[in-house]
Structures are given as structure tokens and as C-alpha cells.
Ligand binder design. Structure first.
Ligand SMILES: Nc1ncnc2c1ncn2[C@@H]1O[C@H](COP(=O)(O)OP(=O)(O)OP(=O)(O)O)[C@@H](O)[C@H]1O
Ligand SMILES: [Mg+2]
Length: 571
């Protein structure tokens, strides 16, 4: 899908540049110093040699030699290192900052949007697009403009030194351009021929293998020679031509340097002989010739690299143009009532909930029961706007749920899911998520969640749990996830199969405490002992409420409930 036209990308690039403008001066300064020393070296060679040759002044020779030495050292050592590390620093700074920005943006996207995309899409923005965008702007563009500017400076200098010889240099650069573009075309063409010849050879090989019975019967050696060998020879010829041209193209810059240097040297000696230039000027020209092709090549590389990052720009900026959740709104102070009115929900085109109506009041202890895949997890995600209904309305205390601020909604109505992850940090950080909570509160929730095992770990609550909490068992992980919710003292707690990995005895103890402590509890569970604790059970079927009541009532009146109890619930 195409999200951006070229002009949008241009605007985005401008915005991005404005953000990092303050880095430019130092970068430009260093780069200019580096390049100036490059321009200076051949000129100092000229000065040194001409002083010795034409004026015989020992002092001047000594002075220019020293200057030459200083410039060389500063150029290759100080400037190179400094320039390199500053560029790297800028690159890393922008990469880190943009990654953070992109991540903060992803946090504000509706869950339904994230659900419908691959995690890989987002990861690749961090891993591939952001680094490319950063290097595209910093390195590639600067590389292009710098080398272009540098080339123009050197060229003007050459024209000042000697017009005729400068024209020869210019002609050799033009030759470089022309030969580069011809060779590029040849590389593409010969590569195509190589591919085609290979395909033909492959096709014939397959036919020969398939036709082995026929060839055995008729002693097919001649056939092999004429049918297979000829195409093999054709392929190898095309292959050799392609690699030769490719090698030529790779060596093009050196060949041009040889040819260019030779022509400049020959023509320069002629001008020297005619007395139009000095020995120093000739040597300065030769010295410039050595790297002028590199400058041109780097400018071109910068340009192509920059244009090749345009798709990365598009991916990167796409994240910033996505719809985000409306976060502001009124505060939810006291939860009294949650009402669902004709609520529908679809993932893309697949309907999951099709017209739900029910109410949950403060103080209720509700269990939601349905077959697997019926939409329980989807339904409970609607209660704090992790998902939004595609049709119908959800009211809290009689006010549409969208009117509450997301922060206060999610602070008071907390959803815990069995697959909620732990991060690779300490147990304590996983519970607090880096918010400040008093130590005794942390201990308190650990007790509530029957987390005695934490004390036995080497570092107690400061034990690092490993990626996704892999160093803990499923049941231990789930209890820490639960503690993360409980420490926030929610008014409404929704548990979506949170204690499925905990043995039923421990689960019972935990639930007992939660039901006492938290005012309103909604539980999705596959365990009969858990469901029975609810004061009201809601049975879902085909996206609607099939029946409501206590366990005893439902056993009497709902065949679906009876069936689920019999076949799907653990006791
Ligand atoms: N992100 C998603 N994108 C598309 N379809 C989804 C997505 N998540 C769930 N579904 C589909 O929606 C339906 C309901 O899923 P949901 O997870 O709500 O069921 P559930 O009742 O919680 O099941 P379980 O008891 O197995 O946890 C399923 O058919 C599922 O395939
Ligand atoms: Mg589920």
C-alpha cells in the first residue's frame, strides 16, 4: 500500500532535518576542515617544489615542508578520527531518539490496529527503516553535497592554476562519467543474458534427466553433446562475459585514474617544456588527479544512497500518520455501572460479537463462560477500551466510555490476561513498571498472590526474570502478572484465565482474597471451582448472551451451560 506521495516525503524529511539542525554546524565545520586539508596538500607540494626549483630559498622549502607535514598529520589522524566519531555520534543520537518517538507513537495506536498487523512490520521499522533514514539524511545527503561542493572548489582551483591543464582534467572526468554509465548499462545487459542462458541450460538439464529412459534406449551420447553441451557452453560464455564486464565496471575508477593521470602527466610535461607551468603546478595537478575520481564517485554514491532510502522514509513516517487513540476526557472517579447496549465487534470482516446487552454493577462478581474462541477475551477488552465496539454502545455510570480519559479508565478498570508478558527485568520492576510504590505494598500484593516462591529466589524481588519471564514457571509468571494489577488497587478487576497455570488449591486461596479485596471482579475461566464463586454467570453463544444466572440456576435452565460444564470445564 502506498501511503505517501513524494512531496509528503519531502515535507517529512524537512521536519526531520529541522529537529537535528543544531548538529549540522559542527559536522559541517569538521567536514570542511577535513576537506580543506585535502585541498591544501597538493598546493603545499607545489609551493615546496617551486621554492626549491625556481627560487632556491632553503627557508621557504623548510617552511612549506613543515606545513605539509602538519597538514598531512592533522588530516589523516585528528580530522579523520574526529570527523568519523562525530558522524557516528549524530547517527546514533538520531537513531535512538527516533526509535523512542516511533515506539511512543505505537503505544497510542488502538489495539485493534496492532492486532491486525504483524509485529514484524513494526520491528522492521526499528531495525531497518530508522537506521537507514538516519544514515540517509546525515551521511548520504551530506556526502553528496559535500563532495559536489568539494569537487567544484578543486576544479576552480585547477582552473586558476592552469586553464589548459584544467580543461584536460575536466575532459577526463566527463570520460569517467560516460564510461561509468556505459559500463553500468553493459553490466545490466550481460547479467540478463547470463540469467537467460542459465535458464536455458537448466531447462535442458531437466529434460535430459526426465528423458533418461529414452536416451538409455537409443544410446544418447551424441544427443547429450549437441543438446546439453551446447547450452552449457553458451551459458559459460555468457557468464564469463558478464563477470568480465562486471570486473571492468568495478575497476573503472582505477582505469580512469591511470588514463587521466597519464594524459595529465603527458600534457603537463608538454606545457612544462613550453614553459607555461612550473614543476610544482604539474605535481599538484597529478596529486589532485589521484583523488578527484573518488570525490566524484562518493558524490554519486551519496546521491543514490539517499534516493534508495525513500521507501524507508515512507515506512517510518507511516507510523506517525496512523490514527491514534483519543486519550483525553473526564475522570472516572467511582465506578457504579457498566452497560453494554447492542454491542457488535468485528476483526476486519469476521464478526465475533453480534448484539450484546447486559449490565455489570459495582460489587458484582461475574464469571463469563463460553466455548473456546467464542469471543470472551475480545469482550473483556472492550471494558477499558483496549478495543472499541464496531457497533453499539458501552456506558460507564451512564456516560459513553469514549468520554473518559484513557488513563483514568485503565487505572480503575484493569484487565489481566494469561498471556500478559513479564519483561526482562526484576520481579519488582515487573510489578511496579517503574512507578513508585512503597515496599510494604509490594510485599502485600505478593502475599495476596501467594508468591512465597519469590522469597526463595536468589535475589528475592530483585531477581531478574529473563526474556518474557522464562526463568519462572507458568504459574509463577501468572501470579506476578496478577500482582502487577493488584498493586494498582483497581475498582474493577478483569481476569482473563489468569490463574490457569496455578494449582486449584492455590488459585482458590488467591481468588478468595481478591473477591474480598476488590469491589467488582469479572472472571473468564475454564475452571468450574472458579466459576462457581461468581454471584452471576454470563453464558455467551454466537456473539450474544445466551443465559445469565447463578451456577444452580443455569444448570437447570441452560442446555449450553450444562454442556460446557460437562465437556469443557476443569473441575
Ligand atoms: N487479533 C485478532 N484478529 C483476528 N481475529 C481474531 C483476533 N483475536 C481473536 N480473533 C478471533 O476472534 C474470535 C474470538 O476470539 P477470543 O480470543 O475473543 O475468544 P475466547 O472466547 O477468548 O477464546 P479462548 O477461550 O480460547 O480464550 C476467535 O474466532 C478468534 O479467531
Ligand atoms: Mg480468551
Amino acid at each position: 500500500m502506498k501511503f505517501f506521495s513524494a512531496s509528503n516525503v519531502r515535507d517529512d524529511i524537512k521536519k526531520f532535518e529541522r529537529k537535528y539542525k543544531r548538529y549540522y554546524p559542527i559536522f559541517l565545520l569538521l567536514e570542511s576542515l577535513f576537506l580543506t586539508t585535502n585541498v591544501l596538500t597538493p598546493l603545499l607540494i607545489k609551493k615546496t617544489i617551486d621554492s626549491a626549483f625556481y627560487r632556491g630559498s632553503v627557508e621557504e622549502v623548510a617552511l612549506f615542508s613543515i606545513l605539509y607535514f602538519v597538514v598531512l598529520v592533522s588530516q589523516s589522524f585528528i580530522m579523520y578520527r574526529l570527523n568519523f566519531s562525530v558522524a557516528k555520534h549524530l547517527l546514533n543520537a538520531s537513531r535512538a531518539k527516533e526509535s523512542k518517538g516511533a515506539y511512543a507513537k505505537i503505544l497510542t495506536l488502538p489495539l485493534s490496529f496492532l492486532n491486525s498487523r504483524n509485529t514484524g512490520d513494526y520491528l522492521s521499522i526499528f531495525m531497518r527503516d530508522i537506521p537507514k533514514v538516519a544514515s540517509g539524511v546525515y551521511l548520504a545527503r551530506l556526502q553528496f553535497f559535500f563532495n559536489l561542493g568539494f569537487f567544484l572548489v578543486v576544479l576552480s582551483l585547477l582552473f586558476i592554476l592552469n586553464v589548459k591543464l584544467a580543461l584536460v582534467v575536466l575532459a577526463s572526468i566527463v570520460l569517467f562519467f560516460v564510461s561509468t554509465s556505459i559500463l553500468k548499462k553493459m553490466v545490466i545487459r550481460t547479467s540478463q543474458r547470463d540469467q537467460e542462458a542459465y535458464q536455458r541450460f537448466l531447462k535442458r538439464s531437466r529434460e535430459v534427466v526426465e528423458g533418461t529412459p529414452v536416451l538409455k534406449q537409443f544410446s544418447g551420447l551424441l544427443f547429450l553433446r549437441d543438446f546439453l553441451d551446447s547450452s552449457a557452453r553458451e551459458w559459460s560464455r555468457a557468464s564469463i562475459i558478464h563477470s568480465t564486464v562486471n570486473e571492468l565496471s568495478n575497476r573503472n575508477i582505477e582505469m580512469n585514474r591511470w588514463v587521466g593521470s597519464t594524459i595529465v602527466l603527458a600534457f603537463g610535461v608538454y606545457l612544462l617544456w613550453k614553459g607555461e607551468i612550473s614543476v610544482g603546478t604539474l605535481l599538484a595537478f597529478e596529486s589532485y588527479m589521484n583523488w578527484i575520481y573518488d570525490i566524484v564517485r562518493m558524490a554519486l554514491t551519496g546521491l543514490t544512497t539517499f534516493f534508495s532510502t525513500v521507501p524507508n522514509w515512507e515506512n517510518f513516517t507511516r507510523v506517525f500518520s496512523l490514527p491514534f487513540e483519543r486519550a483525553s476526557g473526564i475522570d472516572l472517579e467511582r465506578f457504579e455501572k457498566l452497560q453494554l447496549k447492542n454491542v457488535h465487534f468485528k476483526y476486519d470482516e469476521t464478526p465475533v460479537l453480534t448484539g450484546l446487552n447486559f449490565e455489570i454493577n459495582s460489587g458484582d462478581k461475574i464469571a463469563i463462560v463460553a466455548r473456546s474462541g467464542a469471543g470472551k477475551s475480545t469482550l473483556v477488552s472492550l471494558f477499558n477500551r483496549l478495543l472499541s465496539p464496531t457497533e453499539g454502545e458501552i456506558l460507564i455510570n451512564g456516560v459513553p466510555i469514549e468520554q473518559y480519559s484513557l488513563q483514568s479508565l485503565r487505572r480503575n478498570i484493569v484487565l489481566v490476561r494469561s498471556n500478559d508478558i513479564l519483561f526482562d527485568t526484576t520481579i519488582k520492576n515487573n510489578i511496579t513498571l517503574f512507578e513508585d510504590f512503597p515496599e510494604d505494598e509490594i510485599e502485600n500484593v505478593l502475599k495476596m498472590c501467594e508468591c512465597d516462591f519469590v522469597k526463595e529466589l536468589e535475589n528475592g524481588i530483585d531477581t531478574v526474570v529473563g526474556e518474557r519471564g522464562t526463568r519462572l514457571s507458568d504459574g509463577q509468571r501468572q501470579r506476578i502478572v496478577l500482582a502487577r494489577a493488584l498493586i494498582r488497587k483497581p475498582q474493577v478487576l478483569i481476569l482473563d484465565e489468569v490463574t490457569s497455570g496455578v494449582d486449584s488449591e492455590t488459585e482458590e486461596k488467591i481468588l478468595e482474597k481478591i473477591l474480598n479485596e476488590i469491589e467488582t471482579v469479572i472472571i473468564v475461566s475454564h475452571r468450574l471451582s472458579t466459576i462457581k464463586k461468581a454471584s452471576r454467570i454470563i453464558v455467551l453463544n454466537d456473539g450474544r448472551v445466551e443465559a445469565e444466572g447463578t451456577h444452580e440456576e443455569l444448570m437447570k435452565k441452560s442446555p449450553l451451560y450444562r454442556e460446557i460444564v460437562k465437556s469443557q470445564l476443569m473441575r
